[in-house]
Design a protein around this ligand. Structure first.
Ligand code: PLP
Length: 368
């Protein structure tokens, strides 16, 4: 059998491309690459959203006050600290446009959208490189030197970080925010994956909103609530001027009324929230223990609903694993396109136990 080699890489949402290249029906693919909660949409949302279809006959509330209040309760913060957007993607873009940094510092490897937005906006990116041999640990002194030397005006932290699944905790976040406050660096913290962390309280920067106004937290419902198609994201900041400026410059009504209605249902769905945590916490531990037991693999300790793995065996790599797995309709993320990683690295998110078992079997066959 010929292995299909591709110079293109596949994003978690590129199922149409895969369908074409491999001749596989995209509905049959289990995506270990999209980092989306395998429970699918919540039964409560299915039931209740059907009954509010009428909302599409009116414009959403321009201020989204009810939705922001629901998010405020979910995040345990004042709704006046909250703004909403068309996925966290719209807010990433809005913050970068508004802050308009000449130089921005990214912690690499990380999610590619920050670099794209900064470059589109005419800014330059500098990188603090996390090292695999150091388990992707961030050293604050080295980061502070880089920020100073490069005169960075914006620092982007993805916490937990995609693709390393590593996280910074309250003490480090406090240290970084204090330094940045003093040196006039604005900090954007992407918490897209934070609800999957077992130690949520010490990873989220929400308690720090009371102490610092030089940062914004961005989040969304795409991953944890398995709803990337609804496009609902939100930002939290203690900086009222920033909220006002973003709201004045962004288009009105970018969150449609169905997403607005869905948000009000999802953030109060405690049954779904608890079931998601139970599933991810237990599968994370189970899958990682099995991966660790396979000689030739290095597993980096995960915080989010996905794990980064290095293939240390010489004759195998992530191209071979991707190709073998996709033929069984299992799609992993080959991490060779991430800065600082190569085709020895792959990422997988935790899906339902039986699907995880199928993937583990495939990994074992390729590695052993
Ligand atoms: C770290 C990170 N931030 C943001 C996004 C995009 O989120 P949204 O669907 O809320 O725009 C992704 C999607 O993969 C992501 O991995």
């Amino acid at each position: 059998m010929i292995m299909i080699t591709h110079t293109e890489h596949f994003h978690g949402s590129d199922l149409e491309k895969i369908e074409k290249i491999y001749g596989i029906n995209k509905d049959a693919i289990v995506s270990f690459s999209a980092n989306v909660n395998p429970l699918g949409i919540s039964p409560k949302l299915c039931e209740e959203l059907k009954n509010c279809l009428d909302v599409i006959t009116t414009y959403p509330d321009r201020e989204y006050t009810e939705l922001r209040k629901t998010i405020g309760t979910y995040c345990n913060t004042d709704y006046k600290n909250i703004l909403v957007g068309n996925g966290s993607t719209e807010l990433i873009s809005a913050v970068i446009k508004l802050k308009n940094p000449k130089t921005a510092c990214l912690i690499s490897p990380t999610y590619s959208e920050y670099e794209r937005e900064i470059s589109l906006n005419g800014g330059k990116c500098v990188y603090y490189q996390l090292k695999p041999e150091d388990n992707f640990t961030l050293h604050t002194e080295a980061l502070f030197s880089l920020l100073t030397e490069t005169k960075s005006e914006l620092l982007v932290l993805c916490n937990p970080n995609n693709p390393t699944s590593t996280a910074l905790h309250t003490d480090t976040l406090t240290e970084i925010l204090s330094f940045c406050q003093e040196h006039h660096v604005f900090v954007m913290i992407d918490e897209t994956y934070v609800e999957f962390a077992t130690d949520y309280d010490s990873v989220t920067a929400i308690p720090l909103l009371q102490h610092f106004d030089n940062f914004i937290i961005l989040r969304g419902i795409s991953k944890f609530f398995a709803s990337p198609g609804l496009r609902l994201g939100y930002g939290l900041t203690g900086n009222k001027t920033l909220i006002k400026e973003i709201n004045e410059t962004k288009n009105p009504w970018t969150i449609n009324s169905l997403a607005e209605a869905a948000g009000k249902i999802l953030f109060t769905d405690t049954d779904y929230i608890n079931r998601t945590k139970e599933l991810i916490f237990s599968e994370r531990e189970r899958v990682c223990n099995i991966l660790r037991s396979i000689p030739g693999l290095k597993v980096y300790e995960p915080t989010a609903n996905f794990v980064l793995v290095k293939i240390e065996k010489e004759t195998a790599d992530a191209d071979i694993l991707f190709d073998t797995a996709i033929r069984r309709c299992l799609m992993i993320r080959n991490c060779s396109t991430f800065e600082g990683l190569d085709n020895k690295f792959f990422r997988l998110c935790f899906m339902m136990p039986e699907d995880n078992d199928r993937l583990l079997e495939c990994v074992q066959e390729v590695i052993l």
